[in-house]
Design a protein around this ligand. Structure first.
Ligand code: SF4
Ligand code: SF4
Length: 111
């Protein structure tokens, strides 16, 4: 089992999660973060830190797609361990539907 970052993170990227992870297994894309499934120790500490409930255990229904996405991009995006500046329009995208189709970017972000 691992925890995974899901669609709600896209364009939000508040990054409260990276500060608490004991094994630094978050990786950053242009507009979302992912968790490396093989590095996550399933401690669950990050889950309640996310203000938009984007982090879920992969045991929840419908997580296969997100697990694959976390696995794929954690292999290429840079590691991130410190909270940065969230995007200025982060609050405007909170709770928005269909963010993956509208905004997902495979480009790496900056740590
Ligand atoms: S706290 Fe939540 S929304 Fe923010 S970067 Fe982490 S997973 Fe994404
Ligand atoms: S569950 Fe624990 S180890 Fe896994 S990403 Fe969250 S804080 Fe890190």
């Amino acid at each position: 089992m691992t925890y995974v970052v899901t669609e709600a993170c896209i364009k939000c990227k508040y990054m409260d999660c990276v500060e608490v992870c004991p094994v630094d297994c978050f990786y950053v894309g242009e507009n979302m973060l992912v968790i490396h499934p093989d590095e996550c120790i399933d401690c669950g500490v990050c889950e309640p830190e996310c203000p938009v409930d984007a982090i879920l255990p992969d045991t929840e229904p419908g997580m296969e797609r997100w697990l694959e996405l976390n696995r794929e991009y954690s292999a290429t995006w840079p590691n991130i361990t410190r909270k940065g500046e969230p995007p200025a329009d982060a609050d405007a995208h909170k709770g928005e539907a269909g963010k993956f189709e509208k905004y997902f970017s495979a480009e790496p972000g900056k740590d």
